[in-house]
Ligand binder design. Sequence first.
Ligand SMILES: [Zn+2]
Ligand SMILES: [Zn+2]
Length: 284
Amino acid sequence: MHRPGLAAAFASLFLFAAAARAGDRFEKVWCLQYATAPNAPISMLLAGAPADARMDVPFAMCVAKSDQHVVVLDAGYVNPELGKGFGATGWTEYAALLAEIGLRPEQVDFVTISHMHFDHAGGTSRFPKAKFIVQRRELEYAAGALPHNSAAKNAFVAEDVLALVRLNWQDRVLLADGDVEGIVPGVDVYLTPGHTAGTMTVCLDTKKGRVCYSSDAVYTYRNIEEDIPLGLALNAGEAVESFKKIRRVLRGGLLIPGHEPRIFSEPKSLGFRRVSDHAVAIVE
Ligand SMILES: [Zn+2]
Ligand SMILES: [Zn+2]
């Protein structure tokens, strides 16, 4: 007598679980270019590039949307003066950027902070409802262990670090200890250090398979395809070791590097599609 009821209960539980999994899968992924450093030296990205070789380097963040959540990958910077130090122009406010893909900042549930450099961790104030995901090692390094010399501090800004410490006190930070698969539904994070002490790669479960955003653990496709060390790295050897790990955790999926010009200059050649002034659709 009880068995059919129990079976039905199990069946509905199973269906619920399956529905939850399907809902966690990201239906859409975009990358948004929020500023550009025109004619920047390629040696910034690719160690050993000729001194006179130059290209337009994008500053970008990515956005993933499932039925349940909106996740932003990296928070950019919001003080255009900081970008000017790198010759960046065309900085665009995030509400306008997100509007191009039909979203508002208040809809963002989670923001992953790949590392604490100003161009990835500077815009936390723009996401009023979000929780932030960062590697414990990165926050500890930036908040305390950062050596007091200008080379080590290069591209870190004290205000960004203080803002994240304050968010942590407000219970709005999830600190990842190394590799955490499923830290939030559909999101796996991996410690891929070298560029900074705790640079993190984020992999998403999308309807088109796995998409991993390495941020500056891999500046451009050439870095990882040709094993070219990063132009800027706290520990160059560790950064190249992280290329190996990224290949492994990618599991045949799609990689999005942190400052790859081709994503925005020739999206079609990578299977992507430009959808607005600043947005390129990666999964749609
Ligand atoms: Zn960086
Ligand atoms: Zn960067």
